[in-house]
Ligand binder design. Structure first.
Ligand code: BV8
Length: 267
């Protein structure tokens, strides 16, 4: 693990203690945890994973109700392109390690929660069960007139913006939370409860700039959790972390799981 070996030992120790005491683990993930699955993040559109059609635009200019109202065709084309990319992607070792950590925590009577900002469904496909989708899911769409949901087939929409099967004048929009929209209240309440109750809080692959999701770390820290950041880069959240693992999540999470498991076996 190179320069951060002491850090990963500190992180594994904190996790092992929390698991042994069944004091619970909560996780906040962002786009970075899916980067090694080939899905681009919001704040660095890596050219090699971005289709030429969309290279260089600003996602924030599309992820709003105003953008959808102004140009529903452009917005739904972008989301359909991302939706198909998510379906074609596979969970990476970071997703799988989090599913393994959940089994370790729950197997010893603890509570494990992943509050994800991602809309790609990869945590669930990796086997994680306690997943809270703070910003909804791109795999589900809903009618703008009736609010009824549909799960489109894994093929491109035939026209843009897609019409709704539920209302003659309805359009389909992705079931995600856009900037300026409220998060699903019960989901946010449950995520905040898990953050306040946990012994260890992991913030993984997020720039920590979007609220209220980014506030979960501060809730956890105020309530006494050991806070661990997993990110190759420093972020605005780094100052609130007790331990920082400066590495890609797909690399460091499997090692963290392995070291935590070893400590529990030796305990
Ligand atoms: C709300 C779903 C109440 C859609 C997303 C003005 C008007 C209205 C609201 C606001 C306003 N000013 C501020 C706000 C609040 C606003 C906000 O926080 N804005 C920010 C930009 C300042 N929040 C909201 O609007 C929220 N709603 O507040 O409602 C309200 C209502 C009305 C008026 C006022 C308040 C709703 C926010 C949800 C937006 N939807 N996604 C979609 O997916 O298209 S946000 C989207 O960006 C993501 O979901 C995520 O949450 C967010 C940040 O992205 P990250 O996941 O952090 O990804 P990012 O690219 O930023 O970072 C990736 C990180 O990974 C990097 O640090 C990188 O180093 C790291 N990384 C890279 N590779 C790896 C890695 N890490 C590990 N391993 C690797 N291999």
């Amino acid at each position: 693990m190179g320069s951060s070996t002491p850090n990963i030992e500190a992180a594994a120790g904190a996790l092992a203690r929390a698991i042994a005491r069944a004091s619970g683990v909560a996780v906040l993930t962002g786009a970075g945890v899916s980067a090694e699955s080939g899905l681009c993040t919001f704040r660095e559109n890596s050219v090699d994973t971005m289709d030429a059609l969309w290279r260089g635009f600003d996602p924030m200019s599309l992820a709003t109700p105003e953008a959808f109202a102004q140009d529903p065709e452009r917005v739904t084309r972008w989301y359909d392109w991302r939706r198909l990319g998510c379906l074609a992607a596979e969970p990476n070792p970071g997703h799988l390690a989090l599913a393994g950590l959940e089994a370790l925590v729950v197997g010893r009577g603890g509570r494990f929660t992943i509050a994800t900002q991602n809309v790609d469904g990869l945590h669930q496909r990796a086997g994680s069960r306690g997943v809270l989708e703070l910003h909804g899911s791109i795999l589900s769409w809903r009618c703008t007139r009736t609010g009824r949901h549909v799960t489109p087939p894994p093929t491109p929409f035939e026209r843009f913006p897609p019409g709704s099967p539920h209302h003659p004048e309805g359009l389909l929009r992705p079931d995600v939370v856009w900037f300026g929209e409220m998060l699903p209240e019960l989901v946010l309440v449950e995520a905040d409860e898990a953050a306040r109750a946990c012994g260890v809080f992991l913030t993984i692959g997020t720039s920590g700039v979007v609220y209220p999701a980014a506030g979960l770390l501060h809730s956890a820290r105020r309530c006494g959790a050991v806070c661990i950041e997993v990110n190759p880069d420093a972020t605005p959240a780094s100052g609130s972390a007790h331990v920082s693992l400066r590495a890609p999540s797909g690399v460091v999470l499997p090692e963290l799981l392995e070291r935590t498991t070893a400590r529990l076996v030796d305990a």
